[in-house]
Design a protein around this ligand. Structure first.
Ligand SMILES: [Zn+2]
Length: 135
């Protein structure tokens, strides 16, 4: 699947965002290793910390369907915004990509697609190996 196609899936998912507080709607599309795509959107809550980002809803939905290996995630936000995943989402992405290879695709402020990896976004990530080292 091309980056533009995955971004289009993320943009479609953005339309389902529940963001009545921030009005900052975000969609995500996660390409699983089996070729399937799982969509996610941010889901806010009146109790603000209970909200969850689009990236994590996509990952959670994919895991609930038995997926554990992911190739890429596209995220889409409001036009004109250079979107980047928050720290919590970076940590969750890293959980499923301990080698850092997961591609993260978003648009820059001019709307051009740009891709990086979770390894570049979260160097030195805490992971299962750190827990194992303490046992
Ligand atoms: Zn996030």
């Amino acid at each position: 699947m091309q980056d533009a196609d995955l971004l289009a899936e993320a943009e479609a998912a953005r339309g389902f965002a529940h963001a009545p507080y921030s009005r900052f709607q975000v969609g995500a599309a996660l390409l699983c290793a089996d070729g399937s795509v799982q969509r996610g959107c941010n889901v806010e809550n009146a109790s603000y910390p209970a909200g969850i980002c689009a990236e994590r809803t996509a990952i959670s939905a994919a895991v609930a369907r038995g997926q554990r290996r992911f190739l890429a995630i596209a995220i889409a936000g409001p036009p004109g915004v250079a979107l980047a995943p928050c720290g919590i989402c970076r940590q969750v992405m890293s959980e499923f990509s301990p080698d850092g290879a997961l591609r993260v695709i978003a648009r820059d402020a001019a709307g051009a697609p740009r891709a990086t990896t979770i390894g570049a976004l979260l160097p030195g990530a805490f992971g299962a190996a750190d827990l194992d080292a303490a046992r």
